[in-house]
Design a protein around this ligand. Structure first.
Ligand code: NAD
Ligand code: IPM
Ligand code: MN
Length: 347
């Protein structure tokens, strides 16, 4: 089993290093690792954020562990050369259309949530975010209006095949959980969303055991902080899922806690924390590595057939938190590697 490790930029290398220590400690037989440059680090070294060697490694690997990309010194490059194109390119090239972003309250962190304890304690939800379409991948550009004003545009679209395949992922996820699926859209305004809703309703016929509901995204943002315990699985498009998952992360204590899996139709996946390269704390050993460590657990479970090893990581994270291990985002003072130490000790 070959795992590609793509650390990326900013805190990406800091957090992936801790996940790698945990994987090494588990010593799963037959696992090998290869690393490659991605994002700004790859741009500075090779002139491209997703060099052919990196894409090739990602294609050859059985699974990919990804840190984060994003580098403020690259923000004025032409868009195709910016670090973010690397993660967008990997998602598209490998057809990683199904992005699972679980938000579950570790009881030990209930006081770290910005929500009141009794509201936060009830959170156990999964956001299923479509990852290959939407306004992210439509035609975009800059032009001039008839009267000479600069105008930026990004076309939002989904076709029915794209909606159908993510709907199937979400219904299956709901079947494996508590059997509730909430589809989030903006069908009161957007044609893209009207098609989304129509197709999700069609797919629902195959899953009579799942209770389907629909919610507009503005209401969903409000409900997520009013009563997040009402949600089991949420399925939504690329842009809405991006925004709602950052919001969900804070409901369970920190953006440094949320792991993710981005899967293709065959279970191959890229695993990454939902956060970015955090330039404001990069290089200071302040980053919380738990989202990346928990992403490694998802990788073992979903792509490498190692559910027991995944359980062990998740239990070790819970035990470290119960023992009081806290990085700065959780109100503590542990460094990134000291949090890694705490997880290793619990393991
Ligand atoms: P960000 O997630 O990097 O940071 C937002 C805030 O959360 C910052 O204050 C940061 O310090 C904090 N934070 C993030 N992760 C943390 C962790 N593990 N521990 C403690 N604190 C943490 O979002 P941003 O600042 O909007 O973006 C920074 C760069 O990252 C941008 O270039 C952006 O495009 C990129 N980005 C990349 C990914 C990805 O690679 N998948 C995801 C999101 C953002
Ligand atoms: C994420 C990030 C990415 C996204 C960016 C860096 C392209 O915010 O993984 O959540 O918008 O999908
Ligand atoms: Mn995001």
């Amino acid at each position: 089993m070959l795992v590609a490790i793509l650390p990326g930029d900013g805190i990406g290398p800091e957090v992936t290093a801790q996940a790698r220590r945990v994987l090494d400690a588990l010593a799963v037989p037959g696992m090998t690792y290869e690393s490659a440059l991605v994002g700004g680090a790859a741009y500075h070294a090779t002139g491209h954020p997703l060099p052919p060697e990196t894409l090739d490694l990602a294609k050859r690997a059985d699974a990919i562990l990804f840190g984060a990309v994003g580098d403020p010194t690259c923000d004025s490059l032409e868009r195709a050369l910016r670090p973010e194109q690397a993660i967008l390119g990997l998602r598209k090239e490998l057809t990683l259309f199904s992005n699972l972003r679980p938000a579950k309250m570790f009881p030990e962190l209930a006081d770290d949530s910005t929500l009141r304890r009794e509201i936060a304690e009830a959170i156990d939800l999964l956001i299923v975010r479509e990852l290959n379409g939407d306004v992210y991948f439509g035609e975009k550009g800059m032009r001039r209006t008839a009267d000479g004003l600069r105008e930026g545009y990004d076309i939002m679209s989904y076709n029915e095949a794209e909606v159908r395949r993510i709907a199937h992922s979400a219904f299956k996820a709901a079947q494996a959980r508590r059997g509730k699926l909430c589809s989030v859209d903006k069908a009161n305004v957007l044609e893209t969303s009207q098609l989304w809703r129509d197709v999700v309703i069609e797919v629902a016929a195959d899953y009579p055991d799942v209770a389907l509901s629909h919610m507009y995204v503005d209401n969903a943002a409000m409900q997520l902080v009013r009563n997040p315990g009402q949600f089991d699985v949420i399925v939504t498009g690329n842009l809405f899922g991006d925004i709602l998952s950052d919001q969900a992360s804070m409901c369970v204590g920190s953006i440094g806690m949320l792991a993710s899996a981005s899967l293709d139709a065959n279970g191959k996946g890229l695993y990454e924390p939902i956060h970015g390269s955090a330039p404001d704390i990069a290089g200071q050993s302040k980053a919380n590595p738990l989202a990346t460590i928990l992403s490694a657990a998802m990788m073992l479970r979903f792509s490498l057939g190692q559910a027991e090893a995944a359980d062990r990581i998740e239990a070790a994270v819970a035990k470290a938190l119960a023992g009081g291990a806290r990085t700065a985002d959780l109100g503590g003072s542990l460094s990134t590697s000291a949090m890694g130490d705490a997880v290793l000790a619990a393991l």
